[in-house]
Design a protein around this ligand. Structure first.
Ligand SMILES: Nc1ncnc2c1ncn2[C@@H]1O[C@H](COP(=O)(O)OP(=O)(O)O)[C@@H](O)[C@H]1O
Ligand SMILES: CC(C)(COP(=O)(O)O)[C@@H](O)C(=O)NCCC(=O)O
Ligand SMILES: [K+]
Length: 254
């Protein structure tokens, strides 16, 4: 039984084909496509894949994008299932006021993180950072309860907001410096410190709440840019969302 896992964010669609719906399933093929190029999937990357048995995804990009993705899947006789955040799933409980309003990518990444944490040792508090179009930082206690999380602009949105709101901030990308001395470095460092500082704050909040040092996992297309600048220990796990989708698929289809 093969599983095509989909993660559709506000910038890119990421996909991965596994030979079985379980964590540790063998990765057969994978790729990513910017949303404007979704129409190229069926005749491009997906044309050489054999029909997946199941398709499971998370999507936060809106209904129009969802329809465009579903059109690309029509070549196969399979109905995609889209994860909706719920009150509890795969050992995680959801503290959001309205659980279904939590972005499904956030929920799935937390499920992947929780599964990873428990696989490695005893339960501990956990921070999950996703650096995509937006940045999210989630706090989970050692019992697997999602306490809450924050949303802030990603690097690209921060820069575009500054460029459009000022006259003098149209400059090339700079370097991250402790004490930036030019506009490029000041902007790049500002965005990076904003994210690293937000993670530090959530880490402190969770440690204060639980009385124990949290584990921190980071993922997302721009995670690698943040990794060297974190002030709290943070493990970069590119596959967090796919791990979560595999865990859910195992529970549903396994
Ligand atoms: N090779 C890359 N392709 C696309 N985006 C990249 C790449 N490397 C880094 N990025 C950054 O990652 C962000 C998109 O990450 P991604 O996880 O795909 O976001 P989303 O899940 O919101 O679609 C972009 O804002 C961009 O700054
Ligand atoms: C926060 C997000 C915009 C992140 O999107 P992304 O950066 O992954 O494209 C997305 O998870 C979302 O639309 N969430 C719904 C609102 C919420 O989670 O509270
Ligand atoms: K995402």
């Amino acid at each position: 039984m093969t599983l095509l896992a989909l993660d559709v964010g506000n910038t890119r669609l990421k996909w991965a084909l596994y030979d079985a719906p379980r964590v540790g399933g063998r990765l057969l093929a994978h790729g990513a496509q910017f949303l404007e190029n979704i129409e190229k999937l069926a005749e491009g990357d997906w044309s050489s894949l054999s029909a997946p048995t199941r398709v499971l995804g998370c999507i936060v990009a809106g209904d129009a994008v969802k329809r465009r993705v579903e059109e690309q899947l029509e070549q196969w006789d399979v109905t995609p299932q889209w994860v909706v955040s719920s009150a509890s799933e795969a050992g995680l409980s959801n503290g959001y006021d309205h659980p279904a309003r939590l972005g499904s990518d956030r929920w799935v990444a937390m499920i992947g993180a929780r599964q990873r944490l428990l696989q490695k040792g005893p339960a501990r508090p956990c921070i999950v950072v996703m650096v995509g179009t937006a940045v999210t930082v989630e706090a989970i206690d050692s019992a697997g309860r999602f306490l809450g999380g924050i949303i802030l602009p990603g690097h690209g949105i921060m820069l575009r907001a500054l460029e459009s709101g000022t006259a003098g901030l149209h400059v090339p990308t700079g370097e991250v410096r402790d004490f930036p001395t030019n506009t490029s470095d000041a902007l790049t460092s500002g965005g990076t410190f904003a994210i690293a500082g937000a993670v530090q704050r959530m880490w402190d909040n969770l440690r204060g709440h639980c009385g124990e040092d949290p584990v921190c996992y980071m993922t997302g297309g721009a995670g690698w840019k943040m990794a060297p600048s974190m002030s709290t220990p943070c493990e970069l796990v590119d596959s967090l969302i796919f791990d979560g989708l595999l865990e859910i698929a195992h529970k549903r289809f396994g």
